[in-house]
Design a protein around this ligand. Sequence first.
Ligand code: TIU
Length: 226
Amino acid sequence: MRKPQMQLEAQPFPYEFDIAKTALVLIDMQRDFIEPGGFGETLGNDVSLLEAIVPATKKTLEAWRTAGGLVVHTREAHQPDLSDCPPAKRNRGNPTLRIGDAGPMGRILVMGEPGNQIIDALAPVEGEIVVDKPGKGAFHATGLHETLKRRGITHLLFGGVTTEVCVQTSMREANDRGYDCLLLEDCTESYFPAFKAATVEMLRAQGGIVGWTAPSAALLSALGTH
Ligand code: TIU
């Protein structure tokens, strides 16, 4: 039988966790950010950069499922009437299409639209939690904290996009709520490689001020599924 307490080689020092109390949280791995024609591209970004993390993220997700760990998927998603999308969000940037406008994959960042779905390679399976979040952070206006508390979750492993926007915001929110958080370095990506690098550095600086970081291979090794 597997020991409940596991250790993963991480920075700034090893990360200890118990699978039963840990969730893998994949942030916004949805078509809107990863495929052409979605929100990421309307903001002027090269979305092809994000595809690179899909194989490592898929491998990690499958290993975590095999280990019996809880999986949380988030989607950045708004109500069709945009009542949960304040002007402070909708009017930012200079996109060709704004949130709620009709694009090639349906209305941008709107619940239920084709572009709002998680990419096929990482599609949720039964029993996994799917959170539609109107903000950048996964804890803002979602009830996620209560859901995790009910399940006795104390540790969170993060992946997803983009590193310095929704992933970092979610990890900081989680840390403030008392979770021990680790960012899987090769399961997260930004449209700006320098921003990803800076985010990874700043989260683990000062003795892990926000949390830990590690390559997914370290998690697979801890799980015994390289
Ligand atoms: N623009 C950008 O980098 N990200 C977002 O708008 N949302 C997420 O990070 N999910």
